[in-house]
Design a protein around this ligand. Sequence first.
Ligand code: PLP
Length: 422
Amino acid sequence: MNHPASNIQATELMSKVPFNVEKVRKDFPILARSVNGSPLIYLDSGASSQKPRQVIERVSDYYSREHANIHRGVHHLSQEATQAYEDAREIIRGFINARHSHEVLITKGTTDGINLVASSFGRKNLQPGDEVILSTMEHHSNIVPWQMICEEKGARVRVIPISEAGELDMDAYRELLGERTRLVAVVHVSNTLGTINPVEELISLAHEQGVPVLLDGAQAVPHMHVDVQALDVDFYAFSAHKVFGPTGVGILYGKEDLLNEMPPYQGGGDMIEKVTFEKTTYNTLPHKFEAGTPNIADGIAFGVAIEYYCQFDEAEIQAHEQDILEYATEKLGEIDGLTIVGTARHKVSVISFNLEGAHPFDVGTILDQQGIAVRTGHHCTQPLMDFYGIPGTVRASFAMYNNRADVDALVAGVKRAAKMLL
Ligand SMILES: Cc1ncc(COP(=O)(O)O)c(C=O)c1O
């Protein structure tokens, strides 16, 4: 078995595989299937991306040949599984450039990571009258945990407003940051609008006031390079399933000092050093925050997903996705009565739109009949929908495996929907 450190070095030294979308598509078996009698056009990667064969096979191989519980066993299989799981942690550490692998907590996903910070950091640090700053474009998973802990502690949530285009009002943010602010928790990239937020500026302004920042990176990681040290971010959460990995697993990055000061989130096996009925002492990082048997197979396959993604040059993936974004924005924009919701200057390949006079659900249903998978509704961002005064949108979210033909199919499908509905 390779040592994790040597794995990473090998990956870094390896020259990248040229990005070729048609070749990439062949790695994703599901893209070859039909839905409702038409070839599948999968435009819902913002909700969950599809998986390459390498990830699927890793899960199956693990259960076929390698499974045992980790961290506790002296026997061969347990040690092998532990090594594979810890290798995955190391791969993810390298991917986000964390200083230490023990700063990478393996969670159930973004929601779990944010809840961990709210429950642990929030419970320890919030006092009555304190404030947590969020933004109008947050996913519910970066709103509700803060409301819950703020209610418990008598603290309150403050909200950075946005412009009609879907960009943060940075002047308002400057004014919100104050003596009572204990944390800023903001989405890196909006799942509904595609907006890429100016997180460097958000972080440096917060740090000037001594306030730590949590970024919800669920939609950023599949589309852009994230370096937690360069960002100097304090907490960063994302999910494997949005970046070609399995569901039910993700990570929370936290700076070592902050994590060390925080109490455990959940109690149980693995997170303890010594237990007596009188007193329990806790394990070191990362185990202090990883109670119980984790999702071992999917954690290991998460590492494979990251390796798969990292074999390509990020700049080539980004150029491809920006081409798809521009092409789709132009072509959809030519359809009468179609309005794009979210027109920020910096966006990833996510387009929310509405057809005047048609409910998003009806548009989505007609697209589905043509084998085109889009998401409709509020996208777990109800306060954002309230801001725009709409019940929801149709959202096409493109991943690296989408091509211009997918955009053409979407545009033809929306035109057909418009004919049927209007
Ligand atoms: C921006 C954002 N944050 C958080 C989440 C929650 O992710 P998960 O359900 O994997 O915990 C999502 C999922 O759609 C998201 O898009």
